[in-house]
Every structure is written in structure tokens, then in C-alpha cells.
Design a protein around this ligand. Structure first.
Ligand SMILES: Cc1cc2nc3c(=O)[nH]c(=O)nc-3n(C[C@H](O)[C@H](O)[C@H](O)COP(=O)(O)OP(=O)(O)OC[C@H]3O[C@@H](n4cnc5c(N)ncnc54)[C@H](O)[C@@H]3O)c2cc1C
Length: 323
């Protein structure tokens, strides 16, 4: 029993990029355990997702195609994952440390009587498998060992590159978890925020605004810059709490964790709780009127300027380049 099982995440019929990062984590782990990487897909009529998953060079893709899995419900998904862990002889069961993964994996761990690691950023073998994970808004990195035979791991996907297609397709196997749908919970509705912009945690470019923008209307210029670059829009918690931006834009310790190629922090001071959600970004551009703002300590490019002048000017110049 040394295999690694990845639980795939998908939305609107498309594989979420975060799953590809978990496959990379799973490969790292399988190299240490000497096992295979298997992937479990739970869904209904998501054949395109199954076919995409088959491209990443994993050993098996198990596809439970059932209307019971059409909509995410932890009560239905967790026992199915536990069944798949047994079917694949998994020593490690892993999924993204996303909203879904955080909801789901503790139940899976309980079903399998397994210990759990949350937000793993690495795996190594040092007299047993060891996982590193951040604590205290990323200010402390701790190394943990799970002593149960099966280990459940939520993966901080920003720390792993997304797996690329391997060129060989793995056959997709139909999988029947053999578990009855929950009698205690039923799916009612999913109120999804629809946006033309990329999902915040998958985006290559993120433009985030802070409390210094002073109003929701002023976030328009943040959206214009994001749209010019094909990026997603984010916000600090202070901006969200002030009602300038919706909750699902929040980046940080109690928001989303992002690591895009390019991150703009506009009128954001750079509190550690915000940095916890974005300091892994490849290039950080900060625009702030205060030259002593802590955000400049982590930025690659810093502009001490008034956002109300700098952002529209930047957008205009970039738009000319894009046109
Ligand atoms: C337990 C806990 C969890 C938290 N979780 C999060 C989290 O997930 N995410 C998060 O972001 N925060 C979080 N916070 C809050 C965090 O501590 C900060 O309060 C917050 O990040 C500040 O947001 P801000 O930088 O937008 O606002 P401020 O700190 O008010 O900074 C505004 C910035 O805008 C600049 N500015 C003002 N006007 C302009 C202008 N015209 N042009 C350019 N710059 C201008 C100012 O110089 C200043 O630097 C958390 C706090 C706690 C205690």
C-alpha cells in the first residue's frame, strides 16, 4: 500500500488547474513511496474532464460517472473517495486545499481513520514521510509526520507547478464506489458567481485593490486594468470588509491563496495576513502613496504614486500595446 490517490476538482465541465498542481505533488510523494499516482473523478457526464485527466501520465483514472456526483456534496463525495482509496490501495489521498478540499478532506480522513496534513507545501522522506506546511500566516513553516498507515493531505497548490500532458493517454476506468447517496443531506442549489474573468486561484495575472481605493466605484479602474491584461480581480480584507469588493475576491490568510505570474497590489499596505495569500507570486507590482508601506518589501516593482493617477495611465498604455 504505497499508492497516491488524487481527487480531481472540476467546475462547469472543465478540470480546475489546481488539480494539475496536486498531480505534481502526488508524483513527488509517489517517488518517495515507490507507488503509483491514481486519479479519482467524481461527476456526472464530465467525460471531457476524464479525457483531460488521462493526459497527465498517471497510472489510473477512475471515473465515477453518476448523477449522485453531479453536484458537490461532501456527504456523497467523502464515502466515495474512501472507497476509491481502498480500491487503489492508497497510502496518501490528496486534493487541493481549496474551499472544496478543506470541506471534504477531513471527512475522508475520518472515514479512513487517517491522520491529515493541511496545506502541504512539500513532501520528503526523512526517516518516514514528512510534510512541510505554513503556520501563522506563513511566518512559520512546520514539518509534520502522520503516523497512520493512510495519510490525507490537502495541498497548497501555489507551491507546485501544474502538471503538463505527458504525451501518453491513460485508459479511463469506470468506477462504482458502491455507496448509497446520503439520506441526511441533499443538494439544493449552487449560487455561483459568474464572471468572464479567470478564476482568481487559476489566473496568470491578478490585480488586487485595497482600502486606499476608498469606494467600490473606484474598483472600476482595478477591473479595467485586470481586463486589459486578461486577469482576475482581487482585494484585501479591509477592502472587502468596507464593502468595496465581494467576499470571493479576498486574498490572504482568511481569503484565497494565489501565486500568479504577475500580481498588482494597488493601495494595499501589505499586512502579513495579506502577504500570506500572495507572496508566492512570480512578479509583484505595488502601487502605493506611502513609500514606507510594507508591501514594497516584497514587491519586485514598486511605484510610489497615487493609484487614481497611475492606474488609469498604466491601463491606457497597456491597452495601446494590446491593441
Ligand atoms: C486574523 C486576521 C486575518 C486576516 N486576514 C486577512 C486576509 O485574508 N487578507 C487581507 O488582506 N487582510 C487580512 N487581515 C487584515 C490585515 O491585517 C489588514 O488589516 C488588511 O490587509 C489591510 O488592508 P489594506 O492594505 O487594503 O488597507 P490599509 O492597511 O488601510 O492600507 C491602505 C493602503 O492604501 C494606501 N493608499 C491610500 N490611498 C492611496 C492612493 N490614492 N493611491 C495609492 N495608495 C493609496 C495607503 O498608503 C495604505 O498603504 C486579517 C487580519 C486578521 C487579524
Amino acid at each position: 500500500m504505497a499508492n497516491v490517490l488524487v481527487v480531481a476538482e472540476h467546475l462547469d465541465g472543465a478540470l480546475r488547474k489546481v488539480t494539475r498542481s496536486v498531480i505534481t505533488f502526488a508524483r513527488d510523494a509517489a517517488e518517495l513511496t515507490g507507488g503509483d499516482v491514481d486519479v479519482l473523478l467524481l461527476g456526472s457526464d464530465v467525460d471531457a474532464v476524464a479525457e483531460e485527466l488521462a493526459q497527465y501520465g498517471v497510472s489510473r483514472v477512475l471515473y465515477a460517472n453518476d448523477s449522485a456526483y453531479a453536484n458537490y456534496l461532501a456527504e456523497n463525495y467523502a464515502p466515495a473517495i474512501a472507497a476509491a482509496a481502498e480500491e487503489t490501495d492508497a497510502a496518501i489521498v490528496c486534493a487541493p486545499a481549496s474551499t472544496t478540499g478543506k470541506d471534504l478532506l477531513p471527512r475522508v480522513a475520518a472515514s479512513l481513520e487517517a491522520g491529515m496534513v493541511s496545506d502541504a507545501i512539500s513532501v520528503s522522506d526523512d526517516d518516514g514521510l514528512k510534510f512541510r506546511r505554513p503556520l501563522w500566516a506563513g511566518n512559520v513553516i512546520t514539518t509534520v509526520e502522520v503516523v497512520t498507515p493512510v495519510k490525507v493531505v490537502s495541498v497548497r497548490t501555489t507551491d507546485f507547478d501544474a502538471a503538463e500532458p505527458s504525451g501518453d493517454a491513460t485508459p479511463v476506468e469506470s468506477f462504482d464506489p458502491g455507496v448509497a447517496p446520503s439520506e441526511t443531506a441533499e443538494f439544493v442549489s449552487f449560487d455561483q458567481v459568474k464572471s468572464e474573468r479567470p478564476e482568481l486561484t487559476d489566473a496568470e495575472v491578478v490585480v488586487a485593490g485595497g482600502r486606499g481605493l476608498r469606494s467600490g466605484e473606484n474598483f472600476e479602474m482595478i477591473m479595467d486594468l485586470a481586463d486589459t491584461l486578461g486577469g482576475a480581480v482581487g482585494a484585501s480584507r479591509a477592502a472587502v470588509d468596507s464593502g468595496y469588493a465581494p467576499n470571493d475576491w479576498q486574498i490572504g490568510q482568511t481569503g484565497k491563496v494565489v501565486a500568479p505570474q504577475l500580481y498588482f497590489a494597488v493601495a494595499i499596505s501589505g499586512a502579513i495576513q495579506h502577504l500570506a495569500g500572495m507572496k508566492g507570486s512570480q512578479n509583484i507590482v505595488a502601487i502605493n502613496t506611502d513609500p514606507d508601506a510594507p508591501i514594497f518589501q516584497v514587491s519586485d516593482y514598486g511605484l510610489v504614486a497615487d493609484a487614481f493617477e497611475a492606474v488609469p495611465e498604466l491601463t491606457e498604455k497597456l491597452q495601446k500595446l494590446v491593441d
